[in-house]
Design a protein around this ligand. Sequence first.
Ligand SMILES: C[S@@+](CC[C@H](N)C(=O)[O-])C[C@H]1O[C@@H](n2cnc3c(N)ncnc32)[C@H](O)[C@@H]1O
Length: 241
Amino acid sequence: MTDKSKKKNSSGRGSSDASGRLLHTKVKSARGRKYSSTLWLERQLNDPYVVEARARGLRSRAAFKLMQLDDKYKLLKSGDSVVDLGAAPGGWTQVAIDRVGALKGKGQVLALDILEMEPIAGAKVIQLDFTEDDADNKVKAMLGGPVNAVISDMAAPTTGHKQTDHIRIVYMCELALDFAVDVLAPDGVFIAKVLKGGTENDLLDLLKRSFSVVRHAKPEASRADSREAYVIATGFRGNKE
Ligand SMILES: C[S@@+](CC[C@H](N)C(=O)[O-])C[C@H]1O[C@@H](n2cnc3c(N)ncnc32)[C@H](O)[C@@H]1O
């Protein structure tokens, strides 16, 4: 992150004119483009977080979600080791690098994704399916031992069927939790994306067995019309195995 970007806060409010009036870009429909694509494009162009992410050189608007969660709950500390699960294109990784001080030689960040990912200064990158046997050992070997935080912004691909999507994302979160339990050091932190919809209460119960404090949070950058939220678990009780 640049020095300029550090002076800014995590509100991401950037797309206004000199008088502070919010700008709105209207997209004309084009031959061959579906109406839904035109609406998506219009939303992107008018989303202050998209505009601000681009201005700050962040790889995703999602970066603001982690910034806001970390600003509020103070989850990532200078010198921490962090695993970013499902890290591509790398917005969360950029925030983690900044917060742990990885570019100042203080902490370390591992960006893990099943897809190939562009290298990112301050992080180690690995292309890996985190559900693979031995993924936990590979990660610990790369970071020299257990880590302080596992952060996950992963979502299973959506089907459009509300209940199916919900079950799939909760399952993804449970898999991420299993992984976290294997790699976290005592007092570690786990952050993962969920969809609000009912069974996440079972997930919270599961988390409470391994962590002393478990919360649900929806950062301001998470779109109000989406059911997305995050679970934040702190005070890992340690791997009992
Ligand atoms: C929403 S994106 C993450 C965006 C990221 N937080 C950012 O700010 O740039 C979710 C990522 O999870 C990855 N993913 C999904 N399943 C995975 C798996 N089993 N192992 C590793 N990565 C996975 C996808 O490839 C995708 O890149």
